[in-house]
Ligand binder design. Structure first.
Ligand SMILES: *Cc1c(COP(=O)(O)O)cnc(C)c1O
Length: 397
């Protein structure tokens, strides 16, 4: 690669640019970056930060160490997540989009799925509910209106002999809000209509009580549906992402009634959508942290709940040490297509001018945001251990 960089520079008649070519190649590689944007789940930075190191070597991915017989990759992390959600069973697939796809293919092939017109949404990057439905082989049966849907609207379609409704699907309004003259039925009221209720809750909040946080749930989580409560209100299945509020790697988790989960696990698509050992290993560490009620071990929750005073103290000491920039109040956001109207008070360091390219070119790239002509580096999304790298970068500015 270095020879290529040198040749490219020579071909341009500018051998001194070889270093710039090499640096550009380095920037093209996947690498750790420091997130100073204030967006906790930054789509371009892989959503939730990774908090797990893994040992080299073999793993008992599909081996039962007790019996020595063939085991299942769904026997480790998925079991722990079932326990955390109060579900009979769970499986893990590649992401939440695949979870929805698999559920529809396994439980509603050639049959109808009732969805409110207020939930026929685009989650982002081509994941549109009507399109996914069509791909899966299920038939979309629209109920209600964009702003108001009632349980009776679903009931009418279920009772209609001309439609064959296999499932009701509720899709959480993760990344948008409909306000004003609105009405949506509760999970509990949809759970008693005679067909299984599947809830795509998307964000992966496990339990509304947040027992892993010593101070309980933060106020900005108030309206977010949680897996445990959605299941206890009667949903047959929930589906959610691994890398949003759950705080883990990219994955999709399906949890709920054993019979429904088994039907998904047996479907041929399950093999095509299954995760690898690296992801399952990271998810298992995450699940164990939740079971220990150790939110501090989960980088997403640590960042989300850091008290403002400790951000102020860090910002002041960095500004003092470098003699550059100023401490400023900022607003961080959850991001990643979750909690569209939520802001979390935060603290940043502001520096006059646009220094984003310089910060990105650091040995560990630092991502900042720009407001008017000021660079803003939000400390809520930066691990305190990286303050030393931020300090060095600011000194260079
Ligand atoms: C984010 C989201 C998805 C897609 O999840 P991926 O893990 O990105 O595939 C699906 N449904 C809802 C409601 C979501 O919020």
């Amino acid at each position: 690669m270095l020879v290529d960089a040198a040749r490219a520079a020579i071909a341009e008649g500018a051998p001194e640019r070889a270093r710039a070519h090499a640096d550009r190649m380095r920037q093209m590689l996947l690498q750790r970056v420091i997130n100073g944007t204030g967006t906790l789940l930054h789509t371009n930075l892989g959503r939730a930060p990774n908090g797990v190191h893994q040992d080299a070597g073999f793993r008992n991915l599909e081996l039962d160490l007790g019996t020595g017989e063939r085991g299942s990759r769904q026997a480790h992390a998925p079991k722990l997540f079932a326990q955390l959600c109060g579900a009979e069973s769970a499986i893990v697939v590649n992401n939440c989009a695949s979870a929805v796809m698999l559920i529809l293919a396994a439980l509603a092939d050639d049959r109808g799925v009732a969805v409110s017109r207020g939930e026929l949404v685009e989650i982002g990057g081509g994941f549109r509910v009507p399109d996914v439905m069509e791909q899966s082989g299920a038939t979309l049966v629209e109920v209600g209106t964009t702003n108001r849907t009632r349980a009776a609207d679903y009931q009418r379609r279920i009772d209609d002999p001309a439609t064959d409704i296999a499932l009701i699907m509720q899709i959480h309004q993760s990344n948008y809000k409909i306000t004003g003259f609105t009405e949506m039925p509760s999970t509990a009221s949809l759970a008693t209509l005679g067909v299984p209720l599947v809830a795509d809750i998307g964000s992966g909040l496990l339990d509304a009580a947040c027992p892993w946080l010593s101070d309980g749930p933060p106020p900005w989580l108030a309206e977010e549906p949680a897996a445990k409560q959605t299941l206890s209100e009667g949903a047959g299945l929930v589906a959610f992402s691994g890398d949003k509020l759950l705080g883990g790697p990219q994955a999709g988790i399906i949890a709920g009634d054993a019979e429904l989960v088994d039907a998904c696990a047996r479907h041929p698509l399950a093999r095509a959508l299954r995760p690898g050992g690296l992801v399952l290993g990271a998810l298992q560490e995450l699940a164990l942290a939740y079971l220990r009620r150790d939110g501090d071990a989960i980088p997403f929750w640590r960042m989300a709940t850091t008290p403002i005073e400790s951000l102020v103290a860090r910002a002041e000491s960095i500004v003092e040490a470098t003699g550059i920039g100023a401490v400023a109040d900022t607003m961080a956001v959850p991001g990643g297509g979750t909690l569209p109207t939520v802001e979390i008070p935060s603290i940043g360091i502001t520096v006059a001018g646009d220094h984003r390219a310089t910060l990105r070119s650091r040995p560990v790239a630092i991502m900042a945001r720009i407001e008017e002509d000021t660079t803003v580096i939000d400390l809520r999304t930066i691990d305190p251990e990286d303050d030393v790298l931020l300090t060095a970068a600011l000194r260079d500015i």
